[in-house]
Design a protein around this ligand. Structure first.
Ligand SMILES: C[S@@+](CC[C@H](N)C(=O)[O-])C[C@H]1O[C@@H](n2cnc3c(N)ncnc32)[C@H](O)[C@@H]1O
Length: 282
């Protein structure tokens, strides 16, 4: 990762070069997220709310606090603030179309004898991805099957929201077909609550993707989407290699549209379904 500060400190944050590089190192160490040079606006928009909550004046004050006596709670608030949790139901129609028409039907055929399916949403954010896959499987019937979808994320706050399964109107408006809203959600005041047809299929747990995965799996399908983009090449390689060990032979990995295994892990084979790419383990 880069640690030197090339830019002059921005007048509005007045963050010093030393503190900028301290935050870069700190966030990298705690999450693997790379904050490039010149991202003062990003640090400001994510961390100034914490500066205010702590009755501090500037990002430099926050750095002093972190360096000195920061509580674990403050430290995790800083790291969680730097994660980007953008997600939506059925994000990327090409991928979810391929899951619905090809990947999940093939998986069901392959697992018909054991009636068991295990899937991992490896950067689950607020849960929309995991619930979208659960909805597709529920739509296939599969009475009597043991289906488990594990959702993990570094950010405990966002996982609490995922586990609650409660979404704002604006969130269900993003990507969730009306027929699924009606069938799989109940009104909860102004919000929508995922119902018991879906909720028991999914569990959530905090997990840093850079940690050992030797107790994970075997999964039939892993979705690790729109998170590798935040990491450097070494971290991407390490995570892709570890995830590969958690996938059952012939199982698939789904990445975000801007992500690939190419030049990072040659043991995956790219498989295309229309516009959607999946990565298969031997
Ligand atoms: C942009 S969201 C992706 C959500 C979903 N997969 C999607 O594609 O819509 C990226 C998620 O990765 C999580 N994340 C960042 N660093 C992580 C790490 N080291 N380990 C696990 N999750 C991490 C963030 O907290 C965030 O919720």
């Amino acid at each position: 990762m880069q640690t030197a500060l090339a830019e002059k400190p921005n007048a509005s944050t007045a963050i010093t070069a030393d503190n900028y590089s301290y935050l870069q190192r700190y966030i990298y160490q705690e999450s693997g997220i790379v904050i490039d040079l010149g991202k003062n606006y990003l640090l400001e928009s994510r961390l100034l709310p914490i500066v205010k909550q702590e009755n501090l004046a500037t990002l430099n004050d926050l750095c002093s606090l972190l360096r000195a006596t920061a509580s674990p709670a403050l430290k995790s608030r800083v790291v969680e603030s730097m994660t980007t949790n953008e997600t939506l139901f059925f994000r990327d129609p090409a991928v979810f179309g391929a899951l619905q028409r090809h990947v999940l039907p093939q998986l069901v055929e392959a697992r018909r004898a054991v009636k068991r399916i295990s899937i991992w949403s490896a950067a689950a954010s607020s849960g929309q991805e995991a619930y979208s896959v659960a909805i597709l499987l529920r739509e296939m019937g599969l009475e009597g099957w043991r289906i488990h979808i594990l959702g993990t994320d570094l950010n405990q706050q966002i996982l609490d929201k995922a586990a609650a399964g409660r979404y704002l109107q604006i969130e269900v408006n993003r990507g969730l077909p009306a027929k699924h809203l009606v069938r799989y959600f109940n009104r909860a005041g102004l919000d929508w609550q995922i119902n018991n047809d879906i909720r028991p299929m999914v569990t959530f747990q905090r997990f840093d993707l850079r940690s050992s995965m030797h107790t994970f799996g075997p999964f039939d399908l892993v979705l690790c989407r729109n998170v590798l983009i935040y990491f450097d090449v070494e971290t991407k390689k390490q995570i892709l290699g570890s995830i590969r060990q958690t996938i059952a032979p012939g199982g698939l990995l789904a990445l975000g549209a801007a992500e690939t295994t190419i030049n990072l892990d040659s043991a995956y084979t790219r498989v295309s379904y229309g516009q959607a790419a999946f990565y298969q383990v031997p």
